[in-house]
Write a protein that binds this ligand. Sequence first.
Ligand code: KIV
Ligand code: ZN
Length: 390
Amino acid sequence: MSRRVLVLDTTLRDGEQVPGAKLNIYEKLEIAHQLKKLNVDIIEAGFPSSSKGDFDSVQRIAKEIIDGPMITALARAVKADIDAVYESIKYAQNPLIHIVLGTSAIHVEKKFNKSKESILEMGIDAVRYAKTLLPNVQYSTEDASRSDFEYLWKTIEQVVKAGATMINIPDTVGYAVPEEFGELINKINYRLKNLNDKVILSVHCHNDTGLATANTLIAVKNGATKVECTLNGIGERAGNAALEEVAVGLKLRSSYYNAHTNVVLKEIKTTSKLVSTLMGLDIQVNKAITGDNAFAHSSGIHQDGLLKSRDAYEIIRPEDVGVENMELILTARSGRHAFKDAISKIIHKNIENKDFENLFNNFLNLADLKKEVYTHDLYYLVDRYYFEQG
Ligand code: KIV
Ligand code: ZN
């Protein structure tokens, strides 16, 4: 039976770390309501100890977003941060404390200037403390993909014994490559199952070398049952794994991954647009699933194939992810088939062959002068042609 993979959306926390993308409380609430419609399992609403504004937004989301996703927020492994998270999410129906602490030598020695033992103690203490406040605690081993495996495992083992209910393996700087990351998750999953099979194994991948989605999907294939993502892949530096790519990837190849999410795919386009508009972050036109060109076809060969059978060049139905329809872009590379399809929406009568050929030639002459031929250009071409014919 296909495994259910939980989706944690961190658009409002990691996504909001994008320079210039700061949202006010009302904008955050609007996105949170939309994330509920998208049916994500967990909303990471912010980092409450960072500012009063962030604390207030997380608290408001925790109070308002009911009968839906779990609400979480981020804390470093210190009491003050954990208290801030607890105070902001305690009103949620299903709250989760998220603690992060590094496990790589770079983090332990260079960032904290501490020993591995004292960092491990800090993590265990943080989890024990969080457990006195709430039953659900996620522990993120920051920079896991650059950590010594035995120290990483020791950390996981100890924080699980201290009560962590979710273990999140971040590829914090996008260093991992899919095969290696898959093996890492496989090894952790195997040991974790023997230690405590109730604990959820999660991944959080960054996109510094464009591999965030691939690393997330290979992790699912190797046993991860929770993924952390953002809409449009926004996030720190080059961003995070894009929720729409992971959710659609799992849907499209569900038997390969033997896994599925409960994301309502039809809400993807609306959510993506809302995030882009409110954060003021344009989506690149060729962005998978949510870019303007993701379902636009411009070459004549493709347009001809699509008009015969959509399967020829369309593996995802645009309407399934909330995009109105596929689009045939008329350019100098378009063929007779696509042109005929477009003008049949303008001329509602039989077009004589001779007229069609003349119109098609006029279209190609115009297309050679422009990047794209729009519907208003077609009206002009058709009107002028029949006017000149008398
Ligand atoms: O990238 C990272 O390591 C994080 C953690 C807080 C999960 O964002
Ligand atoms: Zn991150």
